[in-house]
Design a protein. Structure first.
Ligand code: ZN
Length: 715
């Protein structure tokens, strides 16, 4: 559909309220009409028809999207922020974001962080207040302070993506869907003679913060009639049928005191005549749209409202049906033709377009130069593999390690045991372990409406789920989706501060009904967060760093040509659901000693006292003395610190007894295995995007080689 490309282009151009230049420029260009104008408040407009026409019709949609604005930079470089428009705080914890920093060449990738659940007095029941959340750019304060200014804009990371059928998910569909309808309408009318009628297409600004753009632009336009196009509520769980319309059900025609009744009726009659599906959308008071502004411009403007049904409004998980957008465009075009007795020409039937290649895996940075440092880490983090579904990760790892292993075994549960030859036989049989699986979700049930219910695989804070972009299924047969939620506008008092229980959440894949969903999804299917991966000078920000960073370190060690002792490398399955891979792998490998290479929670974020931070980014690899499953070998932990010192790299204690990892199973294997854990400090561990330090990673690589040599070489 033509409208697909238009809407993707419009959504991809970011523009929060007061900052809409990019989408306005795109919209004006896409109309194909000459002489577009931009006014003092940034409104874009372009006119079709004779200047001396007897009737001037204004068609309006707003270009701003909800987002955030940086208010200050705190002492460690985290950003405080406020809402810009009515963004929903329930989608913010763990949300990857783009910061449009004044002094940076590119938008900066960040993540909305908060205190980890086990360190948070309120647990996971409450959504943190906006003022208690901060944005983490993974940069030191000195760097942040030269790049970011108060007033800089922030939006969630999103990529417009097609769901099933003609449904599309993206942030900013409110109201780029309306703008796309205007663009399509302009395209339809371009070759039509419009005697006596002039049409102005207005792409307005600042709707989400009060409608100042439409108010001033309507003054300038001085039109007799106006049709505003916005989004309205589509049916979804928790939304009453009387205030919503089904997605794909056609256009909603507004009726409200401020709206012109005759225009509304005319639009309904034309919809009927043209077989365009529609529904009346009746409001008792104001419309909450730009109609309220446009209708009272100058001496008054006869105004109608058309709305496109949309799910999960004001979140990064907004969903519309492109057919509704197209229907809205056609209804406006028919209305214009009717005003001047013209006939809307039939558009040639569109050939079914070739499936467009459009990444469904979200924002993977293409800054390849910056990724040379970490070798295989970007690919490992982008591979998908929740516990029990590690196949793709395993294949990737095998492709990296085959040349360096003397022998490779795949255990019955799917773990990899790779035997690397050293210069000598080990005096102590050593196993190095990292786990391949990541936390994620698993589809449990398909509802009658075609929504997917799910359970968590591994420990997931339910507060990080609403609004996230996800991928369902395996290999090349994946289905894109978003985790939807009831729009903030329809929440009851108190509901906005409460986190949404996992049981009430669902994945929206744009299915019309259960049958359409069941054709592509089966209960038991894997669900992962869409990938975000980026490196800057200091840090790596990515999905699945737990424990693909550990896997990358093991691969790096295997690739070393100068290796002292024969060693077993284990890439384990199912760590996150009970250490099953490492338990059975240790039985098979029969090590006498083990080094577990992990990623562990760093809570060095605003709002956590130093004694509760566990460990800190940039202070070196983390050595545990004890966690919830293991008391570590005292001598080996001592050696870890000694070897770090000898190598001149930093090393830190894990200052707390929390969490657990594969050591829990390995140290109790057979007759017992002396075990030590070397971890990377990672912020936002089981969230869609974590942050690790590059220096820590490099230091861990150095330390691990020395520690492995010392352990394997000792009796
Ligand atoms: Zn882990």
């Amino acid at each position: 559909m033509k409208v697909e490309r238009i809407l993707k282009t419009l959504c991809a151009a970011v523009g929060t309220s007061g900052d809409e230049a990019a989408p306005v420029r795109e919209a004006l260009g896409l109309t194909g009409l000459p002489d577009g104008q931009v006014d003092a408040l940034g409104n874009g407009s372009v006119t079709l028809g004779a200047a001396d026409a007897r009737l001037h019709l204004l068609l309006e949609a707003h270009m701003d999207q909800v987002g955030m604005v940086v208010t200050s930079v705190e002492e460690h470089g985290f950003l405080h922020f406020a809402n810009c428009g009515g963004a929903d705080a329930r989608v913010m914890p763990g949300c990857p974001v783009r910061v449009f920093a004044s002094e940076a060449a590119q938008p900066l990738l960040g993540v909305v962080g908060s205190v980890p659940p086990h360190l948070n007095k309120d647990g996971t029941d409450k959504v943190p207040k906006t003022e208690d959340m901060t944005i983490d750019l993974g940069l030191p304060a000195a760097k942040v302070n030269v790049q970011v200014r108060p007033g800089d804009r922030v939006v969630p990371v999103y990529t417009p993506k097609m769901l099933l059928g003609t449904r599309m998910a993206s942030a900013a569909l409110d109201d780029r869907a309306g703008a796309a309808a205007l663009v399509r309408c302009a395209q339809m009318l371009q070759k039509v003679a419009l005697p006596g009628v002039k049409v102005t297409f207005l792409f307005s600004t600042r709707e989400e913060v009060g409608g100042q753009g439409a108010r001033t632009a309507a003054y300038t336009a001085d039109a007799e009639q106006a049709i505003c196009v916005d989004v309205s509520f589509a049916a979804q769980p928790g939304v009453k049928p009387e205030v919503s319309w089904k997605l794909g059900g056609g256009v909603m025609i507004g009726a409200a005191p401020i709206l012109n009744r005759a225009m509304g009726r005319k639009l309904a009659a034309l919809a009927q005549r043209e077989s365009i599906p529609y529904k009346w959308d009746v409001m008792g008071g104001s419309t909450g749209t730009n109609c309220d502004e446009v209708a009272v411009a100058r001496g008054g403007v006869q105004t109608a409202l058309l709305s496109i049904p949309e799910r999960s409004m004001h979140t990064p998980a907004e969903v519309v049906d492109l057919q509704d957008v197209e229907d809205t465009a056609r209804l406006m075009a028919v209305y214009v033709c009717d005003l001047c007795g013209a006939k809307l020409p039939e558009e040639p039937e569109e050939k079914p377009a070739m499936q467009e290649i459009f990444s469904s895996t979200g924002a993977v940075s293409t800054d390849t130069d910056a990724q040379i440092w970490s070798g295989c880490l970007p690919k490992l983090c982008t591979a998908r593999g929740i516990s029990g579904a590690e196949d793709a990760v395993r294949e990737l790892i095998l492709s990296y390690i085959r040349p360096y292993a003397e022998k490779i075994e795949i255990t019955p549960l799917g773990s990899v045991l790779a035997y690397k030859k050293g210069r000598s036989r080990a005096r102590t049989r050593l196993l190095l372990n990292a786990h391949m699986d990541e936390v994620g979700l698993i589809v449990t049930h398909i509802t009658d409406e075609g929504l997917l219910k799910f359970a968590a695989v591994g420990g997931i804070d339910p507060r990080i789920l609403p609004g996230r972009s996800v991928t369902v299924g395996y290999g090349s047969e994946t289905v894109p989706g978003v985790i939807g939620l009831k729009p903030i506008h329809l929440t009851e008092k108190g509901e906005r501060q409460k986190s949404i229980p996992m049981d009430d959440l669902y994945i929206d894949i744009g299915a019309k009904d259960k049958a359409e969903a069941a054709a592509v999804v089966t209960p038991g299917d894997m669900v992962t967060f869409d990938s975000v991966y980026e490196e800057n000078g200091c840090s790596v920000k990515s999905r699945a760093l737990d424990d693909r960073a550990g896997c990358a370190l093991l691969i790096h060690l295997m690739q070393q040509e100068d290796w002292a002792y024969d060693t077993v490398f284990e890439f384990a399955v199912q760590e996150e659901v009970g250490l099953n891979g490492s338990r059975t792998g240790a039985f098979l490998a029969e090590p006498q000693a083990a080094i577990v290479v992990e990623s562990t929670t760093a809570a060095d974020v605003p709002g956590t006292e130093k004694e509760r931070q566990m460990c800190r980014l940039g202070e070196g690899p983390v050595i545990s003395f004890m966690d919830r499953r293991t008391i570590y070998d005292k001598e080996y932990t001592q050696w870890a610190f000694e070897e770090a010192q000898k190598a001149g790299v930093p090393c830190q204690w894990k200052e707390g007894v929390a969490g657990g990892n594969d050591a829990g199973a390995i140290h109790g294997s057979r007759g017992g295995v002396r075990t030590v854990a070397v971890s990377l400090a990672c912020r936002y561990l089981h969230a869609p995007m974590g942050v690790i330090s590059k220096e820590d990673y490099d230091a861990a690589a150095v330390l691990l080689q020395r520690l492995a040599e010392r352990i394997a070489g000792s009796e």
